[in-house]
Design a protein around this ligand. Sequence first.
Ligand code: 4DW
Ligand code: GAR
Length: 216
Amino acid sequence: MAKLKTAVLISGRGSNLQALIDYCQSENSGAQISLVISNVMGAAGIERAAEAGIVSKVIEHNSFPNRDSFESALTETLDSFGIEFICLAGFMRILTDAFVKRWHNKIINIHPSLLPSFKGLKTHERALKKGVKFTGCTVHFVREEMDTGPIIIQAAVPILSDDNAESLENRVLLAEHRCYPLALSLIAENRVAIINEKVSIPKSKAPGVFFLNPIE
Ligand code: 4DW
Ligand code: GAR
């Protein structure tokens, strides 16, 4: 079976890109990363792509007069590589309605909270401030409205009493690196259906228990 030709869009560190690269390097992966695009020059993720022998392009939003012309450049590049699917991995530019429509059900994003809680930025600071005992991460299809769209997979991560934003970020990142490749693999294997804007993954297993935090 042909592998799903995937582009990963980044703006920075690229640790989720790395997790996707590692998954796609396994022989029986259903997806391949054909292109990495960064809107930020010098983003660390570009180096990760190079090390894996993946072509990367820097398309700086700053060098375009508006969002539409920036996105035309994105689309032109994506089309020239025959890209079929897009993963946003720490990509920090809002995509316009037109772009999201053009790629309907073909763009996913990873977000460092249990959506719909803590949309937007500074998720870990806000989760700590609220005092919730679990946070986590979410992989979801991208819709016009930011941080919405059918949820594919979530991981719950406990918040410990001595956590700060950095320790919590590190724990959530471990979960992100498990979830993102899993979500892409489920999609590439055609196991993800969207019915009435909800994801259904037939025959997937769920933990089927509850978790306490704290315990005793
Ligand atoms: C996201 C949402 C908003 C901003 C940055 C990231 C989350 C993921 C995402 C990226 N692009 C998206 C999404 C999404 O969920 N839905 C759509 N597009 N449609 C954000 O506010 N970015 C601002 C710039 C920040 C910066 O450059 O530092 C912006 O003005 O684009
Ligand atoms: C990740 O924690 C990702 O969930 C988050 O940015 C980080 C990127 O790290 N994304 C968002 O906040 C989207 N709104 P990475 O570059 O190491 O993958």
